[in-house]
Design a protein around this ligand. Structure first.
Ligand SMILES: NC(=O)c1ccc[n+]([C@@H]2O[C@H](COP(=O)([O-])OP(=O)(O)OC[C@H]3O[C@@H](n4cnc5c(N)ncnc54)[C@H](O)[C@@H]3O)[C@@H](O)[C@H]2O)c1
Length: 357
């Protein structure tokens, strides 16, 4: 079986702590090239991970390196251009979350993916957690009945990433906590619900910590070699959204980088036959059997490395021709919902129709 050769675009935090170690631990795949505009970091990372070819222009890597696939690990505003150019160059693509800043960007990426016939996968690692996988199986087995209400979020107390760098600069990130970590919570809940058609969204954003912002430590300090911090912080540190679907279901979403709150990554699902609550304390399923209310506490494998599971799935899709877990419709609708939260917030919480995007 031939080795799949990979090129990484962006040598920062997620490349060094997520993708590179995960590719190294995945059989039948090798990272043979890496691209980053930051020469100092590029040299350091190529050396540390023993990557033979390095490029300061990713387009040269696409042309010159002998690679089958790329991992896109760059600031969000670059995902559209880099995904499309990589697909057009005939490479399979794993693109970090948020795959796209707007619904329009997501549609353009998916159109390029479909025209290329290559694998395109969104790097939504949270779908691979033990709890997510258990819940998906219960739901697919019909144990929850119809899911009609879901709420969840990703809440940090003091966790602004890269303060003053691209993460907090709207023109480079596309948005703050909602786009950065709210997208993990939304993507996972939307997938578990079975991806119903979103119809309308309202939302609110806050920047309560603008004058009191502290750096939360991501990207890890040892990965920040030569990074530029221009000092801009023009994105929200807290956001919420309310989503209505064509099948009558609704979803409530929260995201916080900074707040006087209890940190959590959580969700609660309401189904006609059973429901569930999952958070940092574990997973509980609330059912009913033989006339009794029944709480089930599945044994969750908490040792799964979600980056490794995600990358093993990506490699499997390339090798076996499988469909990636992230479907085109899910990628587009997740991007549209978040775009609509921001649009609604700009219009004082007015409801935004997804059909108007
Ligand atoms: N899945 C997860 O849990 C997770 C966690 C963290 C970050 N991410 C995502 O990964 C992406 C990168 O985040 P990060 O934390 O690694 O950021 P980072 O700032 O540490 O790394 C980004 C890298 O991209 C490089 N870069 C910028 N412009 C470039 C260009 N034109 N060509 C090549 N390289 C370029 C930068 O020099 C930097 O080294 C973001 O989209 C982020 O949302 C995902």
């Amino acid at each position: 079986m031939e080795t799949i050769r990979v090129g990484i675009i962006g040598a920062g935090g997620i490349a060094q702590y997520g993708h590179l170690p995960a590719f190294r631990n995945t059989p039948g795949v090798e990272v043979v090239a890496i691209a980053d505009i930051n020469e100092k970091k590029l040299a350091h990372v190529a050396e540390k991970f023993g990557i033979p070819r390095r490029f300061t222009d990713y387009r040269e890597m696409l042309e010159q390196a002998d690679i089958d696939a790329v991992s896109i690990c760059t600031p969000n505003y670059l995902h559209r251009e880099m995904s499309i150019n990589s697909l057009n160059a005939g490479k399979h693509v794993l693109c970090e979350k948020p795959v796209a800043v707007t619904g329009e960007d997501a549609k353009a990426i998916i159109a390029a993916a479909e025209a290329s016939g290559k694998v395109f996968m969104g790097a939504f690692c949270q779908r691979f957690s033990g709890a997510s996988q258990i819940l998906k199986k219960f739901i697919q087995d019909g144990k929850f009945g119809d899911i009609y209400y879901v709420k969840g979020g990703y809440i940090r107390r003091r966790g602004i990433p890269g303060l003053g760098g691209w993460f907090t600069t709207k023109s480079l990130s596309g948005g703050g906590c909602m786009l950065d970590i709210g997208v993990h919570a939304l993507d996972r809940m939307y997938w578990l619900m079975g991806a119903p058609e979103p119809v309308a969204v309202s939302g609110a954003v806050y920047q309560a910590f603008k004058d009191n912002a502290v750096d939360g430590g991501w990207p890890p300090l040892d990965t920040r070699i030569g990074d530029v911090f221009a000092g801009i912080n023009d994105v929200e540190d807290m956001a919420s959204g309310y989503v209505q679907f064509a099948n009558g279901a609704t979803l409530v979403l929260e995201a916080s980088w900074a707040g006087n709150c209890e940190p959590n990554f959580y969700m609660q699902l309401f189904g006609t036959k059973a429901g569930a609550m999952e958070d940092s304390r574990g997973l509980k399923i609330f059912g009913e059997e033989a006339g009794s209310l029944l709480d089930i506490e599945p044994q969750v494998d908490t040792k799964i490395n979600t980056y490794e599971a995600e990358i093993a799935h990506f490699v499997d899709c390339i090798r076996e021709g499988k469909k990636p877990l992230t479907t085109p419709q899910e990628i587009i609708n997740v991007a549209k919902i978040i775009e609509a939260v921001y649009r609604s917030a700009e219009q004082n919480g007015q409801q935004i129709k997804i059909s108007d995007l």
